[in-house]
Design a protein around this ligand. Structure first.
Ligand SMILES: Nc1ncnc2c1ncn2[C@@H]1O[C@H](COP(=O)(O)OP(=O)(O)OP(=O)(O)O)[C@@H](O)[C@H]1O
Length: 276
């Protein structure tokens, strides 16, 4: 197989110069007896921004959590199929999920800084992950700069992270995530709780971060997907017998193709705002 070709039965063959850093093969997720997601196969391209879009309940966050084994923390959840990171199965027996999360970080919908100082919000995780105390000032500054927050907070690093505005708190959480130098940053609707100005800052930040990181973002905001994402995966939820619904991948392609020239009628209807 050509490693430079997007590998999914639900996509056009899209030649790119990017390699896949994460890959799902026929991934399904069940919560107890409920199948939330069925048969997802897709490649996430390195140093690209990939958006997951689709109506509520189609499994976008569920799939996102598969990439750093966060679903492991939800009792009764089973992940079927295969998820590989740089070619290695992240669900293999010998793999420590903590190490997976070290490489694949996550930013949540609601900013959730620790009730600690701005400095310690970043230093805390860095210390746990083995960074030396002598390096800490440098790590804190680098991370805050990468998150576009340094100029706003450099004179009040000892103040509580909770004293910042919502948008600043979210950038602090992004700084905390990048402090330990992951390869991938997963973002679950990172701007949905923010005002338009803060949203714009986070979107600009995503563009800058992709130079160093691979980013996957779940978003309900289709304009946001067109602004930030190189690739877009559209998911839908389908009813099966008995009225139960499961999420599945409808189409995956370059963002401009998904929005301007989708192959599937469902995608066309969704991106034109006709359902969802
Ligand atoms: N912890 C859980 N336990 C049981 N069912 C769950 C759990 N989390 C999600 N689900 C169900 O799995 C399905 C997919 O949910 P998920 O949150 O992944 O969808 P989503 O596309 O991200 O939705 P939204 O856009 O509303 O956030 C939904 O039917 C949801 O109710």
């Amino acid at each position: 197989m050509n490693p430079n070709t997007v590998n999914t039965p639900n996509s056009r063959s899209t030649n790119t110069t990017q390699e896949a850093i994460l890959r799902t093969e026929n991934v399904s997720v069940t919560y107890g007896s409920f199948q939330a997601l069925r048969g997802v196969t897709l490649d996430i391209l390195k140093n690209q921004v990939t958006a997951f879009i689709g109506p509520s309940g189609c499994g976008k966050s569920t799939l996102l959590r598969c990439f750093n084994r966060l679903n492991d923390l939800i009792p009764g959840t089973k992940v079927g199929g295969k998820v590989t990171y740089q070619g290695a199965d992240i669900y293999a027996d010998k793999v420590d999920p903590v190490q997976v999360r070290r490489r694949i970080g996550m930013v949540f919908q609601k900013p959730n800084p620790f009730p600690k100082s701005i400095y310690d919000n970043i230093a805390f995780g860095a210390k746990i992950n083995g960074y030396k105390k002598s390096e800490m000032d440098e790590i804190v500054e680098r991370s805050l700069r990468q998150a576009g927050l340094w100029e706003e907070v450099k004179d009040k690093l000892k103040e509580s992270g909770l004293s910042l505005s919502g948008g600043q708190q979210q950038r602090l959480c992004i700084a905390r995530t990048v402090a330990i130098e992951p390869d991938v940053v997963l973002m679950d609707e990172p701007a949905s709780a923010l005002d338009p100005l803060s949203t714009r800052k986070v979107e600009e930040l995503i563009q800058e971060l992709k130079e160093h990181y691979t980013i996957i973002i779940v978003t309900h905001n289709m304009q946001q997907a067109t602004r930030v994402a190189d690739m877009t995966a559209f998911f839908n939820a389908e009813a099966e017998e008995g009225g139960k619904r499961f999420g599945y991948l409808v189409e995956y392609d370059r963002t401009e193709a998904i929005f301007n020239n989708p192959r599937e009628e469902y995608t066309r209807q969704y991106v034109s705002g006709r359902f969802g």
